[in-house]
Design a protein around this ligand. Structure first.
Ligand code: HEC
Ligand SMILES: [Cu+2]
Length: 359
């Protein structure tokens, strides 16, 4: 018996240690850069959290009461040597009615704030700023329709302004989720879904596709940059200016020609606003992300890699290495020589607004 208890204790400890480790790991991470719903930086995420907390504590109370009653009964009514067989009962109407009604009442109580919160999150705020979100296997497209530009994988919005994400998908169902800012919402081909939120604090927030959408679903991440209001207008103006043109006879200028040359033909799939090759070809394709500001994006391949010149080089040479199955083909030395690739990387890295250059 004693041996059994000791062994049981070890089992309990064994289960607790990983749980504790998880909890501590959670505590170690700080604001902004985590996908955690319990540190909120927008009204939408906050109302979800405010609904979750009371329901959580109500569940804790119910758990303790039910498990307490269970343990108490097991101990108090356990079999002792020489006990006579207990009286045999068949059902108890009062108890059964009580334990049917009590949960129904509790669920009805939970229903009220749940429905109010859902209705609240679904209602359009006054004068929202609208950005279109389009899910692709496996990257995110953001279109600023009124301002006339697009970007990819990094969404920029102003703080203290209600935002309306008007969302759809190009291929399969995806889901858009940045836990610190808002609850998840599916993006569905042929349909429009909406997220409304008002970011409260400038910063960079992490997000993730939350609906299994194929091979690279896990590498379908995104960032949301929340700007100071005045700063946001400057960012928009930068995007509207298009990509900076490299100085003639530089490595970057050569890289720009490589972008259009037959072996690479990056312009068959990518747009760079304002970039025109020597022969007049423009980069306006929309198969892959718009690369106008690629030099200032923190991530490549929707979060598969950090955006550094080395990673950009590796990504272009063989995007299938870091993100197997994605829709961008690899480019061998036959297609793009080492020197050409170096020039191309220099050009793409230089695609930053002057403002981003300054800081
Ligand atoms: C057949 C179409 C196609 C061609 C050709 C192509 N790409 Fe891509 N590219 C894509 C797609 C699709 C993605 C998104 C991949 C993903 O993240 O799942 C992408 C992603 C990228 C990214 C990462 C963008 C981001 O925001 O994460 C860069 C940089 C890039 N391509 C550069 C190039 C360059 C340079 C060339 C020419 C050498 C090129 N691409 C040729 C389709 C293409
Ligand atoms: Cu997805």
């Amino acid at each position: 018996m004693a041996g059994w208890i000791r062994c049981g204790r070890r089992v309990v400890l064994g289960a607790l240690v990983p749980l504790l480790a998880l909890a501590l790991a959670g505590c170690g991470i700080t604001g902004g850069e985590v996908q955690s719903a319990n540190e909120t930086f927008a009204d939408n995420a906050e109302s979800i959290w405010n609904l979750f907390v009371p329901i959580f504590w109500l569940s804790v109370v119910i758990f303790v009461l039910v498990q307490g009653a269970l343990i108490w009964a097991v101990i108090k009514f356990r079999y002792r040597d020489g006990d006579p067989p207990p009286p045999q009962l068949h059902g108890n109407t009062k108890v059964e009615v009580a334990w049917t009604i009590a949960p129904a009442v509790i669920l009805a109580i939970i229903l009220v704030p749940t429905i109010t919160t859902i209705a609240d999150l679904a209602s359009e705020p006054d004068e929202p700023y609208t950005v279109d979100v389009i899910g692709h296997q496996w990257w995110w497209e953001f279109e600023y329709e009124d301002e006339g530009f697009k970007t990819g994988n990094v969404l920029h919005v102003p703080a203290d302004q209600p935002i309306h994400l008007r969302m759809t998908a190009a291929d399969v169902i995806h889901s858009f989720y940045a836990p610190q800012l808002f609850g998840k919402q599916d993006t569905i081909p042929g349909r429009t879904t909406n997220i409304y939120f008002t970011p409260e604090e400038p910063g960079e927030y992490y997000g993730q596709c939350y609906e299994f959408c194929g091979l690279q679903h896990a590498n379908m991440m995104f960032r949301i940059v929340v700007h100071e209001p005045g700063d946001f207008e400057a960012w928009v103006a930068d995007q509207q200016d298009g990509a900076p043109d490299p100085e003639p006879d530089t490595l970057e200028a050569r890289g720009k020609e490589v972008f259009f040359q037959p072996g690479a033909a990056c312009h068959a799939c990518h747009a760079i606003d304002g970039a025109v090759a020597e022969d007049g070809t423009e980069a306006v394709a929309e198969v892959g992300p718009n690369l106008t500001n690629i030099g200032e994006r923190p991530i490549l391949g929707a979060g598969a890699l950090e955006n550094t010149p080395e990673n950009l080089h590796d990504w272009i040479r063989d995007p299938q290495e870091s993100k197997p199955g994605n829709e961008m083909p690899s480019f061998s030395q036959d297609a793009i020589s080492d020197e050409d690739l170096e020039a191309l990387v220099a050009y793409l890295s230089s695609l930053q607004s002057e403002r981003a250059d300054a800081d």
